[in-house]
Ligand binder design. Sequence first.
Ligand SMILES: [Zn+2]
Length: 295
Amino acid sequence: MTLQARHVLEFPGGYTRTTGPVIGRFLTELRDGRVVGVRTAGGRTLVPPLEYDPDTGDAVTGEFVEVGPAGTVESWSWVHTPRKGHPLDRPFAWAMIRLDGADTALVHAVDAGDVKAMRPGLRVRPRWRAERTGQITDIESFVPEITKIVSPVRGEYVLKPGLALSRFLEGVAEGVFIGCRCGSCHKVYVPHRLSCPECGVTITEEVELPDTGTITTFAINNLPDPRAPEVPFVSAYILLDGSDVPMIALVGGVPAHEVRQGMRVRAVWIPEGEWTPSMDNIKWFAPTGEPDAEL
Ligand SMILES: [Zn+2]
């Protein structure tokens, strides 16, 4: 049998101790809603203040300076399950916080809501109790500074396509791609344009292009887009047959990882009754099943 005896050390009514002038000043300022540090002979500001400089052992100067109240988290430890006697009844962090103007860090609770909100460098401010009595718990906890808000955003605008693009979109409204051929270098451009970017000459010859082409380059996108079939989806440069410059479009009807350079594709149109002068007429380009083209 193991002998044991249970002892309780308790001072009913509490254990009274004197604070001394330095800690006393710190607690008195807390009661008044301020945080002060004390200066050392070497010019450092200790928060919380100490009676002796920990670096030299010399007495501090007795000069008090107000710091913070905001500060920066230097390191922290997350408390998943708060215990009786902890400052908060929900998960929180114990953190080393260096208040602005201080050279040392103070330990206090940070009510960050979520462990993901904690990081070194996090800016925090004290949340003071309404009733203060001159104790470190006069600061209930620190809370992160407001660094972002979510505002509703909506823009509405009218886009005028200009002559060349208007001509192209008129074609799209009838299910054809209208391009043009430069009379000087004979390059075929799509969408339709009014001058050659290489020669600078005015282009007058219109060309109708088929809705088949070849993928020249592509990108797999992992962020959702309202026009895209699913995530991941592919956007590609597609060289329409008979054209010399590729145009950008979505690729669908094929898993993203099967898309490749040289793949033959055809435009997938929405039902003809729904056509408007808009690229919305083309859902995307889908593989034709033909052998890959040489690029
Ligand atoms: Zn040209």
